[in-house]
Design a protein around this ligand. Structure first.
Ligand code: ATP
Ligand code: MG
Length: 413
């Protein structure tokens, strides 16, 4: 679990701001959800035989003996909340949430045990237009952050659950003929979740996977038409994609459309954003037949990509650093700082605390990244004046009456 240090938070805040702007441009509304849910919810939704439920969940008994789990993802909790509050009857929703998720994985670059996701979920819309919309929304994010060129869109269709069941038998038959090439993980999955073998990262297994029957060849007319329409929309709007017939996603609940945004610049952890349609999950969690599409985006991987791209253009967090030296100046400075914050909403002013010489205070002002230093010494304090030095531009120092400070900065900041 990693810390986000003060030097790193400006990048986080900038990206979070862009996320909010893009989401509201599409009419998505925020939902805030608990970080802990009943363990049962994740077992029922994500699937018993997935990496997450088999080995990644942080699960504990609370004081009542109930089994709770730190959320490993947000889709299940979001749907749980909407069902619990009756939000899904004859309604359309476009929702988002943002926050930490927890998975007990082997920590490495791009993989943490607490990581942040943006989740987007939509309910009540059956057609591929909404599948396309969330892809467009994500693409706009990449463009706003200057990383569009670093990401490739991969799409696939998983068909309906019946179609997948039929394909599953065909797939198991095929793998039965190549048992010697499968590793222990895959052999275990052969009974429980053979589609996940397609997702194996083991190079030897990948060779067998190359020649495996393709799910796309076994999906029905309706699924096929849905997928076709999605690709037509993407084509019409010039969104490049590659068809990846082996894209199956790690969670059980998907059907029809699945997609991932993948980067070659992040090493093995290249998937920044992943999602798809999961209509069936609503009934699985006790709701009526309905429609759902969403995605989850990994914040750490997105930030790593922004950094690899040359970083974000972040502004310093301070406008004014206030230097004050001497008994009377200290109190005058304290008063002025409060006055300016009152008079200029949004002003970011850091007042020097802890005393020290002009020289040492000025060094701190320089280092702070502030645009201006306001200086109050004994002389200024007695005369009711302040001196102002621009820290970014070569400019002679100004001395003005303290009462004119707000007007001076209102013009310049
Ligand atoms: P992976 O194949 O990388 O394990 P996943 O299929 O488990 O991914 P999802 O559950 O779809 O991932 O999560 C969506 C996104 O959240 C991922 O694409 C990734 O950007 C991010 N993510 C998932 N797990 C982690 C993690 N342990 N640390 C950091 N980011 C993560
Ligand atoms: Mg994973």
């Amino acid at each position: 679990m990693h810390d986000v240090l003060p030097d790193q938070t400006p990048a986080w805040q900038y990206v979070e701001q862009v996320l909010r702007e893009v989401l509201s441009a599409y009419g998505y509304r925020e939902i805030r959800l608990p970080i802990v849910e009943k363990t049962e919810l994740f077992k029922r939704s994500i699937g018993e035989v997935t990496d997450i439920v088999e080995k990644e969940m942080y699960t504990f008994l609370d004081r009542n003996g109930d089994s709770l789990t730190l959320r490993p993802e947000g889709t299940a909790g979001c749907l749980r909340a909407c069902l619990e509050h009756g939000l899904l009857h004859n309604q359309v929703h476009r929702l988002w949430y943002y926050g930490p998720m927890f998975r007990h994985e082997r920590p490495q670059k791009g993989r943490y045990r607490q990581f942040y996701q943006l989740g987007v979920e939509t309910y009540g819309i059956p057609g591929p237009d909404i599948d396309a919309e969330i892809i467009l929304l994500s693409e706009r994010l990449w463009r706003r952050l200057g990383v569009r060129d670093k990401l490739q869109l991969e799409i696939n269709s998983l068909g309906s659950s019946e179609e997948r069941k039929a394909y599953r038998r065909i797939l198991v038959d095929y793998f039965q003929g190549h048992l010697d090439k499968l590793d222990a993980d895959c052999l275990r999955r052969l009974d429980s979740n053979p589609l996940r073998i397609l997702d194996s990262k083991n190079p030897e297994v990948q060779q067998v996977v190359e020649n495996a029957p393709v799910l796309m060849d076994h999906i029905g007319d309706e699924s096929r038409a849905h997928f076709q329409e999605l690709t037509e929309i993407l084509d019409a709007l010039n969104i490049d994609y590659v068809l990846n017939t082996r894209l199956v996603r790690g969670l059980d609940y998907y059907s029809k459309t699945v997609f991932e945004w993948v980067s070659g610049d992040l090493g093995a952890q290249g998937t920044v954003c992943a999602g798809g349609r999961y209509d069936g999950l609503i009934e699985q969690l006790g709701g009526r037949e309905n429609y759902a599409v969403g995605f989850a985006m990994g914040m750490e991987r997105l930030l790593a990509l922004c950094e690899a791209q040359g970083g974000l253009e972040l502004q310093s967090g301070i406008d004014i650093y206030l230097v004050r030296v001497g008994g009377a100046a200290e109190m005058a400075g304290m008063r002025l700082a409060e006055q300016l914050r009152e008079q200029i909403p949004g002003l970011r002013l850091q007042m020097h605390c802890g005393g020290g010489s002009f020289k040492s205070q000025f060094k701190k002002a320089d280092k702070s990244g502030a645009a201006y230093a306001v200086i109050i010494g004994e002389d200024e304090a007695i005369r009711g004046e302040i001196s102002i030095k621009s820290l970014r531009r070569e400019q002679p120092q100004d001395t003005i009456p303290a009462v004119e400070a707000a007007a001076y900065f209102a013009e310049r900041l």
